[in-house]
Write a protein that binds this ligand. Structure first.
Ligand SMILES: [Zn+2]
Length: 307
Protein backbone atom coordinates (compact mmCIF):
# COMPACT_ATOMS: atom_id res chain seq x y z
CA UNK A 1 0.00 0.00 0.00
CA UNK A 2 2.76 2.39 0.98
CA UNK A 3 4.64 1.52 -2.18
CA UNK A 4 1.55 2.26 -4.24
CA UNK A 5 1.10 5.69 -2.63
CA UNK A 6 4.72 6.55 -3.23
CA UNK A 7 4.43 5.58 -6.89
CA UNK A 8 1.30 7.68 -7.19
CA UNK A 9 3.00 10.63 -5.54
CA UNK A 10 5.97 10.38 -7.90
CA UNK A 11 3.66 10.22 -10.93
CA UNK A 12 1.67 13.26 -9.81
CA UNK A 13 4.79 15.28 -8.96
CA UNK A 14 6.44 14.31 -12.19
CA UNK A 15 3.53 15.25 -14.46
CA UNK A 16 3.12 18.50 -12.53
CA UNK A 17 6.76 19.22 -13.16
CA UNK A 18 6.41 18.50 -16.90
CA UNK A 19 3.52 20.91 -17.20
CA UNK A 20 5.38 23.61 -15.32
CA UNK A 21 8.27 23.51 -17.75
CA UNK A 22 6.27 24.94 -20.62
CA UNK A 23 7.04 28.41 -19.24
CA UNK A 24 10.21 29.42 -17.41
CA UNK A 25 9.75 31.98 -14.63
CA UNK A 26 12.25 34.85 -14.46
CA UNK A 27 12.37 37.51 -11.80
CA UNK A 28 12.37 41.11 -13.01
CA UNK A 29 12.29 42.70 -9.55
CA UNK A 30 10.77 42.01 -6.11
CA UNK A 31 7.20 42.28 -7.37
CA UNK A 32 7.51 41.56 -11.09
CA UNK A 33 8.09 38.33 -12.98
CA UNK A 34 8.08 37.10 -16.54
CA UNK A 35 6.96 33.66 -17.67
CA UNK A 36 9.13 32.94 -20.68
CA UNK A 37 7.82 30.60 -23.37
CA UNK A 38 9.60 28.70 -26.12
CA UNK A 39 10.73 30.70 -29.14
CA UNK A 40 9.61 28.12 -31.71
CA UNK A 41 6.09 27.60 -33.04
CA UNK A 42 2.91 26.42 -31.34
CA UNK A 43 2.91 22.72 -30.52
CA UNK A 44 0.71 20.25 -28.66
CA UNK A 45 3.54 19.92 -26.12
CA UNK A 46 3.95 23.64 -25.42
CA UNK A 47 0.15 24.14 -25.25
CA UNK A 48 0.40 27.08 -27.66
CA UNK A 49 2.28 28.98 -24.94
CA UNK A 50 5.15 29.92 -27.27
CA UNK A 51 5.14 33.50 -25.97
CA UNK A 52 5.88 35.47 -22.82
CA UNK A 53 3.56 36.48 -19.99
CA UNK A 54 3.92 39.04 -17.21
CA UNK A 55 3.15 38.74 -13.51
CA UNK A 56 2.93 41.86 -11.35
CA UNK A 57 2.21 41.52 -7.65
CA UNK A 58 0.18 44.37 -6.13
CA UNK A 59 -1.29 45.01 -2.67
CA UNK A 60 -4.59 43.49 -3.82
CA UNK A 61 -3.52 40.55 -5.97
CA UNK A 62 -1.78 39.81 -9.24
CA UNK A 63 -1.92 41.60 -12.58
CA UNK A 64 -1.35 39.07 -15.35
CA UNK A 65 -0.19 40.25 -18.76
CA UNK A 66 -1.92 38.06 -21.40
CA UNK A 67 -3.87 34.88 -20.78
CA UNK A 68 -2.58 32.05 -23.02
CA UNK A 69 -3.93 30.26 -26.10
CA UNK A 70 -6.54 28.00 -24.48
CA UNK A 71 -8.46 27.32 -21.28
CA UNK A 72 -5.92 24.60 -20.40
CA UNK A 73 -3.00 26.91 -21.06
CA UNK A 74 -4.59 29.60 -18.89
CA UNK A 75 -4.91 27.09 -16.05
CA UNK A 76 -1.21 26.25 -16.40
CA UNK A 77 -0.29 29.93 -16.27
CA UNK A 78 -2.47 30.33 -13.19
CA UNK A 79 -0.72 27.40 -11.47
CA UNK A 80 2.64 29.02 -12.11
CA UNK A 81 1.42 32.35 -10.78
CA UNK A 82 0.21 30.59 -7.62
CA UNK A 83 3.57 28.89 -7.12
CA UNK A 84 5.49 32.14 -7.69
CA UNK A 85 3.36 34.54 -5.68
CA UNK A 86 0.73 32.65 -3.69
CA UNK A 87 -1.72 35.37 -4.76
CA UNK A 88 -4.88 35.41 -6.82
CA UNK A 89 -4.97 36.85 -10.33
CA UNK A 90 -7.24 39.91 -10.01
CA UNK A 91 -6.66 41.52 -13.40
CA UNK A 92 -5.65 40.25 -16.85
CA UNK A 93 -4.46 42.80 -19.41
CA UNK A 94 -4.44 41.75 -23.10
CA UNK A 95 -1.57 43.21 -25.16
CA UNK A 96 -2.97 41.96 -28.44
CA UNK A 97 -5.30 39.83 -30.47
CA UNK A 98 -3.08 36.91 -31.45
CA UNK A 99 -4.41 33.66 -29.92
CA UNK A 100 -1.77 33.22 -27.18
CA UNK A 101 -2.48 36.72 -25.90
CA UNK A 102 -6.15 36.26 -25.08
CA UNK A 103 -7.85 32.88 -25.66
CA UNK A 104 -7.36 32.11 -21.94
CA UNK A 105 -9.50 35.12 -20.90
CA UNK A 106 -12.58 32.98 -20.30
CA UNK A 107 -10.74 30.86 -17.72
CA UNK A 108 -9.59 33.88 -15.72
CA UNK A 109 -13.06 35.44 -15.88
CA UNK A 110 -14.43 32.20 -14.44
CA UNK A 111 -11.89 32.57 -11.59
CA UNK A 112 -13.24 36.04 -10.79
CA UNK A 113 -10.54 38.13 -12.50
CA UNK A 114 -11.28 41.27 -14.50
CA UNK A 115 -10.07 41.35 -18.12
CA UNK A 116 -8.76 44.71 -19.28
CA UNK A 117 -8.10 45.75 -22.89
CA UNK A 118 -8.43 48.70 -25.21
CA UNK A 119 -11.45 48.82 -27.48
CA UNK A 120 -9.09 48.65 -30.49
CA UNK A 121 -7.67 45.35 -29.27
CA UNK A 122 -11.06 43.82 -28.50
CA UNK A 123 -12.41 44.78 -31.93
CA UNK A 124 -9.60 42.85 -33.58
CA UNK A 125 -9.99 39.87 -31.23
CA UNK A 126 -13.65 39.65 -32.25
CA UNK A 127 -12.76 39.78 -35.90
CA UNK A 128 -10.17 36.99 -35.62
CA UNK A 129 -11.81 34.72 -33.03
CA UNK A 130 -13.36 32.12 -35.36
CA UNK A 131 -10.25 31.59 -37.48
CA UNK A 132 -8.05 31.37 -34.40
CA UNK A 133 -10.31 28.83 -32.69
CA UNK A 134 -9.97 26.57 -35.74
CA UNK A 135 -6.24 26.94 -36.18
CA UNK A 136 -5.27 26.50 -32.52
CA UNK A 137 -7.64 23.54 -32.11
CA UNK A 138 -5.85 21.83 -35.00
CA UNK A 139 -2.61 21.98 -32.98
CA UNK A 140 -3.81 21.47 -29.40
CA UNK A 141 -6.47 18.83 -30.20
CA UNK A 142 -8.23 17.66 -26.99
CA UNK A 143 -6.12 20.07 -24.95
CA UNK A 144 -8.16 22.85 -26.56
CA UNK A 145 -11.44 21.51 -25.13
CA UNK A 146 -13.50 24.04 -23.22
CA UNK A 147 -11.84 27.09 -24.80
CA UNK A 148 -14.27 29.92 -25.56
CA UNK A 149 -13.50 33.43 -26.72
CA UNK A 150 -14.17 36.04 -24.02
CA UNK A 151 -13.42 39.73 -23.98
CA UNK A 152 -12.70 42.63 -21.64
CA UNK A 153 -16.03 43.52 -20.05
CA UNK A 154 -15.51 47.28 -20.35
CA UNK A 155 -13.08 47.91 -23.21
CA UNK A 156 -11.26 51.24 -22.89
CA UNK A 157 -12.23 53.58 -25.67
CA UNK A 158 -8.93 55.49 -25.88
CA UNK A 159 -5.46 54.95 -27.24
CA UNK A 160 -3.90 55.31 -23.81
CA UNK A 161 -4.95 54.76 -20.24
CA UNK A 162 -3.31 54.93 -16.84
CA UNK A 163 -4.81 52.66 -14.20
CA UNK A 164 -4.08 52.22 -10.53
CA UNK A 165 -4.37 48.51 -9.79
CA UNK A 166 -3.80 47.58 -6.16
CA UNK A 167 -1.52 50.60 -5.70
CA UNK A 168 0.56 49.92 -8.83
CA UNK A 169 0.42 52.42 -11.68
CA UNK A 170 -0.07 50.70 -15.03
CA UNK A 171 -0.14 52.42 -18.41
CA UNK A 172 -1.64 50.78 -21.47
CA UNK A 173 -0.50 52.39 -24.70
CA UNK A 174 -1.50 51.88 -28.30
CA UNK A 175 1.39 53.06 -30.48
CA UNK A 176 0.51 52.04 -34.04
CA UNK A 177 -0.58 49.02 -36.09
CA UNK A 178 2.27 46.57 -35.39
CA UNK A 179 2.29 42.75 -35.47
CA UNK A 180 -1.51 42.88 -35.29
CA UNK A 181 -3.95 45.76 -35.36
CA UNK A 182 -4.73 46.92 -31.84
CA UNK A 183 -1.47 45.68 -30.25
CA UNK A 184 -0.53 47.64 -27.11
CA UNK A 185 2.36 47.86 -24.67
CA UNK A 186 1.94 47.77 -20.90
CA UNK A 187 4.28 50.11 -19.06
CA UNK A 188 5.00 50.46 -15.34
CA UNK A 189 6.16 54.09 -15.02
CA UNK A 190 7.25 53.81 -11.36
CA UNK A 191 9.62 50.96 -12.21
CA UNK A 192 10.42 51.75 -15.84
CA UNK A 193 9.51 48.22 -16.94
CA UNK A 194 7.71 47.51 -20.21
CA UNK A 195 5.77 44.44 -21.30
CA UNK A 196 6.01 44.99 -25.03
CA UNK A 197 3.70 42.27 -26.30
CA UNK A 198 4.42 41.39 -29.92
CA UNK A 199 6.04 44.76 -30.64
CA UNK A 200 9.38 43.23 -29.64
CA UNK A 201 10.97 39.86 -30.42
CA UNK A 202 14.48 38.96 -29.30
CA UNK A 203 16.56 35.77 -29.72
CA UNK A 204 14.27 34.81 -32.61
CA UNK A 205 13.26 36.56 -35.79
CA UNK A 206 9.94 38.39 -35.66
CA UNK A 207 7.20 37.34 -38.05
CA UNK A 208 5.54 39.73 -40.48
CA UNK A 209 2.13 38.12 -40.97
CA UNK A 210 -0.59 39.07 -43.45
CA UNK A 211 -2.13 41.01 -40.51
CA UNK A 212 1.13 42.86 -39.76
CA UNK A 213 2.27 46.22 -41.07
CA UNK A 214 6.07 46.55 -41.02
CA UNK A 215 6.03 50.31 -41.76
CA UNK A 216 3.73 51.31 -38.89
CA UNK A 217 5.31 48.64 -36.65
CA UNK A 218 8.66 50.43 -37.13
CA UNK A 219 6.94 53.68 -36.12
CA UNK A 220 5.59 51.97 -32.99
CA UNK A 221 9.10 50.77 -32.19
CA UNK A 222 10.40 54.35 -32.45
CA UNK A 223 7.75 55.38 -29.90
CA UNK A 224 8.98 52.65 -27.54
CA UNK A 225 12.49 54.12 -27.89
CA UNK A 226 11.20 57.51 -26.80
CA UNK A 227 9.53 55.94 -23.73
CA UNK A 228 13.01 54.50 -23.04
CA UNK A 229 12.15 51.57 -20.73
CA UNK A 230 15.00 50.21 -18.61
CA UNK A 231 13.79 46.61 -18.71
CA UNK A 232 11.69 45.01 -21.43
CA UNK A 233 9.74 41.79 -21.17
CA UNK A 234 9.42 41.16 -24.92
CA UNK A 235 6.58 39.28 -26.56
CA UNK A 236 9.02 36.50 -27.46
CA UNK A 237 12.55 35.75 -26.20
CA UNK A 238 14.39 36.53 -22.99
CA UNK A 239 14.08 39.68 -20.85
CA UNK A 240 16.17 42.40 -22.46
CA UNK A 241 17.16 46.06 -22.53
CA UNK A 242 16.37 48.61 -25.21
CA UNK A 243 19.68 48.29 -27.15
CA UNK A 244 19.10 44.54 -27.64
CA UNK A 245 15.48 45.15 -28.65
CA UNK A 246 16.71 47.71 -31.17
CA UNK A 247 19.31 45.38 -32.66
CA UNK A 248 16.93 42.44 -33.02
CA UNK A 249 13.56 44.09 -33.70
CA UNK A 250 13.95 47.83 -34.53
CA UNK A 251 16.91 47.40 -36.87
CA UNK A 252 15.30 44.41 -38.58
CA UNK A 253 12.07 46.33 -39.19
CA UNK A 254 14.10 49.21 -40.59
CA UNK A 255 16.00 46.82 -42.86
CA UNK A 256 12.68 45.44 -44.15
CA UNK A 257 10.94 48.79 -44.55
CA UNK A 258 13.84 50.65 -46.21
CA UNK A 259 14.66 47.68 -48.42
CA UNK A 260 11.15 46.93 -49.64
CA UNK A 261 10.47 50.65 -50.17
CA UNK A 262 13.37 50.87 -52.59
CA UNK A 263 12.17 47.87 -54.60
CA UNK A 264 8.56 49.10 -54.54
CA UNK A 265 9.54 52.59 -55.77
CA UNK A 266 11.24 50.97 -58.76
CA UNK A 267 8.23 48.65 -59.17
CA UNK A 268 10.78 45.85 -59.22
CA UNK A 269 8.32 43.13 -58.20
CA UNK A 270 8.14 40.90 -55.17
CA UNK A 271 10.50 38.23 -56.51
CA UNK A 272 13.30 40.71 -57.04
CA UNK A 273 12.73 42.23 -53.61
CA UNK A 274 13.01 38.82 -51.95
CA UNK A 275 16.11 37.96 -53.98
CA UNK A 276 17.77 41.29 -53.29
CA UNK A 277 17.07 41.39 -49.56
CA UNK A 278 17.37 37.73 -48.56
CA UNK A 279 21.02 38.14 -47.61
CA UNK A 280 20.99 39.73 -44.14
CA UNK A 281 23.94 38.30 -42.17
CA UNK A 282 23.38 40.66 -39.22
CA UNK A 283 20.11 38.85 -38.42
CA UNK A 284 21.00 35.28 -39.46
CA UNK A 285 21.81 34.17 -35.92
CA UNK A 286 18.24 34.78 -34.76
CA UNK A 287 16.19 31.59 -34.40
CA UNK A 288 13.63 30.95 -37.17
CA UNK A 289 15.57 33.17 -39.61
CA UNK A 290 15.58 30.56 -42.39
CA UNK A 291 11.90 29.80 -41.92
CA UNK A 292 10.65 33.39 -41.76
CA UNK A 293 12.92 35.93 -43.40
CA UNK A 294 11.89 35.50 -47.05
CA UNK A 295 8.20 35.43 -46.18
CA UNK A 296 8.67 38.60 -44.13
CA UNK A 297 10.20 40.40 -47.12
CA UNK A 298 7.43 39.35 -49.47
CA UNK A 299 4.61 40.30 -47.09
CA UNK A 300 6.23 43.66 -46.33
CA UNK A 301 6.63 44.31 -50.05
CA UNK A 302 3.10 43.24 -50.98
CA UNK A 303 1.59 45.51 -48.32
CA UNK A 304 3.52 48.47 -49.75
CA UNK A 305 2.34 47.61 -53.22
CA UNK A 306 -1.27 47.39 -52.03
CA UNK A 307 -1.11 50.85 -50.45
ZN1 LIG B 1 3.13 36.38 -30.54
Amino acid sequence: MKKYLLALLITVTFSHHLLAEVLTPQKVNESTFALIGEIGGRTFENQGLNANYGVIVTNDGVILIDSGASRNGAELINQQVQRLTGKKVRWVINTGSQDHRWLGNDYFLSQGAEVIALHKTVANQKQLALTQLDSVKAVLKDRFNGTKPAYAQKPINQNEAELNLGGTKVQIKYLNHAHFEGDVVVYLPQQNIMFSGDHIYVDRLLGVLPQSNATTWLDAFTKIESINPKVIVPGHGSICDLPKAKRQTGDYLKFLVDGTNKYAEDMAGVENAVKGLSNAPQFEKLANFNELHKGNISRAYLRLEAQ
